[in-house]
Design a protein around this ligand. Structure first.
Ligand code: CTP
Ligand code: MG
Length: 482
């Protein structure tokens, strides 16, 4: 079957909202001519990811929270690049989150210097956000390069938005719209009420019931002629607290400045991850469904633009891998023995070894358990120990190796995998594993909820293991799609 070209995928504005019917207000800017460099080439996308994620309650900025093992920011940026490979992207991050800035850089992002704007080689610029979503969008707009004439504003919290929504928004802008918003019909009956805090009494009382047929739930990415959006934000900058607080999306700013806003079809996949239940729904949507259905991020080829970049092709290969073959992973951990006379106890393979010299480390230094964790993360492709057990999880400080293995196994399963087995080889002079190997296997297997086996060897007197300075554990793990 031939794949449709991008132009057949995109609904045109004229089919839905003829410009002749624009209700008053300043007339839209002339339609930009289609760009020969392909979809997205003069588009800048501001991805706002500077929120704190209070309602999700994970004690970390929301954009860092993994969705099926991949941080929300990474998923959101991957979605944008997949839909609009040539677009310039500005990611707006919480000023104080070192982890998110590190992730942004790992994804190819370059922090925008003071007063510096524009495209770099990777096409991804990182800027610090503000105290409100509107302020964060404004920070993103300030960092866009000179050549973009349309801007899409997208919430990182809608990290599963599919490519066809991006293309529909860009298509409508190319057809002449000034502001375009993806929307879905509302399924609930909606009431307006006077908020309880305004009246000082509860329960709240219904004020009105708008006709459901006229209601739309709007999503992101929202697209705008750049100059119009920038002007609307400039105007709003002068507003005081309450009025600014009431602005919950960019289209609303355009409406308030009297400009027409048009709708294109949104998608159920673009759900906004706000609460824990949203996160679970998003993760469930990524698992393979019954035969004939596709996980949300594995679109059939004929729903993608015909001209695929190498990045798209790589992602497709990765998607294919995820559906069929098992995956292996490797992990290594090295710890140095504590100095003579130290009171460090030895913990290894989930076991306490009384009378043995302890290993140094911030944690219990259980190299065997830590290598097993890394092998599991590696197999599932969801980062490593640092990603999951770093400073962002203070509740894990001081956790035993076995407890970390339990958590690693949980994360791997949450990412949609089942664990085949984990094999760990210990290299060191001491302790001697022979007598306790079965016990170690039992404890670690119970921790992982899957078979874990430990083998041990010395290094024939060579290297740091042979000199008795430290130990190494090498692990491999096998996982498969649940
Ligand atoms: N956002 C932002 N800057 C802010 C507030 C929000 O960039 N000061 C972004 C969020 O990162 C998110 C989007 O705006 O991608 C929508 O906001 P929301 O879903 O409310 O996210 P949070 O503000 O992080 O969540 P919460 O309100 O629960 O704290
Ligand atoms: Mg918020």
């Amino acid at each position: 079957m031939n794949s449709p070209t991008p132009s057949t995928v995109r609904p045109t504005l004229s089919a839905q909202t003829p410009r002749a019917q624009d209700p008053g207000g300043p007339s839209p800017d002339p339609a930009p001519a289609p760009d020969p460099r392909g979809p997205g080439s003069r588009v800048a996308v501001v991805v706002v990811a500077a929120g704190s994620g209070t309602r999700l309650g994970r004690n970390m900025p929301k954009a860092l929270v993994p969705v099926a093992g991949e941080p929300m920011l990474a998923r959101a940026l991957r979605g944008v690049r997949r839909a609009l490979p040539a677009a310039e992207i500005v990611a707006v991050l919480p000023r104080e989150s070192e982890e998110l800035w590190r992730l942004g850089r790992e994804l190819g992002g370059v922090p925008a210097g003071a007063g510096e704007t524009g495209r770099n080689e990777s096409g991804l610029v990182l800027v610090a956000g503000g105290g409100t979503r509107t302020a964060s969008v404004r920070a993103g707009l300030d960092a866009i390069g000179a050549d973009a004439d349309v801007v899409l504003v997208h919430d990182a919290a809608r990290c599963l938005a599919p490519p066809e929504v991006f293309l529909a928004v860009v298509g409508a802008l190319e057809a002449g719209a000034t502001a375009v918003v993806p929307a879905l019909p509302v399924v609930d009956t909606v009431k307006t009420a006077v908020p309880a805090e305004d009246r000082g009494i509860a329960p709240e009382q219904v004020y009105d019931t708008p006709a459901r047929s006229a209601l739309r739930a709007v999503q992101t990415p929202q697209g705008f002629v750049r100059a119009a959006l920038v002007a609307a934000h400039r105007q709003a900058e002068a507003w005081g607290g309450d009025r600014s607080e009431a602005v919950t999306d960019d289209a609303m700013l355009m409406e308030l400045t009297g400009l027409p806003v048009h709708l294109v079809p949104g998608s159920l996949e673009s759900l906004k991850i706000t609460t824990d239940l949203d996160l679970r729904i998003a993760e469930a949507s990524l698992r393979p469904g019954p035969a004939g259905t596709e996980p949300a991020d594995q679109k059939p080829a004929d729903q993608k633009p015909a001209d695929q970049s190498p990045v798209d092709q790589t992602e497709e290969t990765m998607d294919r891998d995820q559906t069929s073959l098992p995956r292996i992973g490797v992990g290594t951990d090295v710890h140095r023995f504590a100095p003579e006379g130290s009171d460090r106890e030895l913990w290894l393979a989930g076991l306490h070894w009384p009378g043995e010299r302890g290993l140094e480390g911030h944690s219990d230094a259980d190299a065997v358990a830590h290598a097993a964790c890394d092998a599991l993360f590696s197999a599932a492709g969801i980062g490593d120990l640092g990603t999951h057990f770093g400073t962002l999880r203070p509740e894990l400080a001081g956790a035993s190796g076995a407890a970390l293995l339990t958590e690693a196994a949980r994360l791997v399963r949450a990412a949609g995998f089942e664990i085949g087995n984990v094999a760990v080889q210990f290299v060191g002079n001491r302790p001697r594993f022979g007598a306790r190997r079965e016990e170690a296997d039992r404890v670690l297997s119970a921790a992982a909820g899957a078979p874990v086996t430990v083998t041990a060897t010395t290094s024939d007197g060579l290297g740091y293991e042979g000199a008795g300075e430290g130990v190494t554990a090498y692990a491999s793990a096998l996982v498969f799609r649940a």
